[in-house]
Design a protein. Structure first.
Length: 255
């Protein structure tokens, strides 16, 4: 069996949880019957003047439907969406979710109704050219290994942060609290993200469903702490309304 990149699947489990299961419940926007035009590369796109752009880095159209369990609204990641994106003028097509494109249609599509991610999610620091706010950045600060039993077995401990870069103080507090509540006292399955992802290289749904990794526990979030920095008018625009949710993520392995 090929070696498993454990740090990668821990990081991916946290990132995919926030991107596909947490943020879309609270921070999606709906656009109805927006016209489509040919993009010159065989696809069809909108020409939305909105800011932030629905297709800016870390955003994109929503690939999964919502479901209700009891009184809770959850995201169903078991199958491609049926209600988030609908197209007029074509009956069969593929969707490039990050790029906001309709590709391989059986007829010329004329307009599209879609939900898109208002909050951008990126891995690591947003960089020198960050997407428009609001942005959420997932970053692992350090990792530690500890033994937990006689013989084999280790406890992997990740110290990480989720940084929030917002466009207002109210928006910052709202996004930060949603993330804090989603991590606090949470147990998260660690799955085989090293074998694939929900979306392919062209942004289309792959049908891939990650399964649990043998010999490894779910990860537990401990010591989750939200730090609300006050607004800083003398900081750059992207950093002016910034906060941080710190966490420790613990996983037990048989090896």
């Amino acid at each position: 069996m090929r070696p498993i990149p454990y740090l990668r699947i821990y990081d991916a489990s946290i990132t995919n949880y926030l991107k596909y299961e947490v943020l879309p419940v609270y921070f999606t926007e709906r656009i109805v019957n927006e016209p489509l035009v040919a993009d010159g590369a065989g696809g069809y796109v909108t020409q939305s003047p909105m800011e932030p752009s629905p297709t800016s880095k870390g955003r994109g159209w929503v690939p999964f439907d919502e479901t209700t369990v009891g009184n809770r609204v959850l995201i169903d990641t078991s199958a491609e969406q049926l209600a988030q994106v609908t197209v007029n003028g074509a009956t069969t097509y593929e969707i490039d979710y990050p790029g906001g494109r309709i590709i391989n249609p059986n007829a010329t599509p004329t307009s599209v109704t879609y939900s898109w991610n208002y909050v951008s999610l990126v891995e690591g620091w947003p960089g020198a050219e960050p997407p428009p706010t609001p942005v959420v950045a997932v970053d692992v600060d350090k990792t530690i290994k500890e033994g937990y039993q006689l013989g084999g077995g280790t406890k992997d401990i990740l110290h990480g942060s989720v940084y929030v870069f917002a466009s207002s103080e109210t928006e910052k507090k709202e996004i930060t609290d949603v993330i804090y509540q989603a991590l606090y006292n949470r147990s998260l399955p660690v799955r085989n993200w090293h074998e694939g992802g929900y979306l392919d290289f062209d942004g289309t749904y792959t049908g891939f469903q990650p399964t649990p990794v043998p010999g490894i526990s779910s990860g537990a979030f401990v010591d989750v702490e939200a730090n609300f920095n006050g607004p800083r008018a003398d900081w750059s625009e992207v950093n002016r309304y910034r906060s941080r949710v710190k966490f420790v993520f613990e996983v037990y392995k048989d090896e």
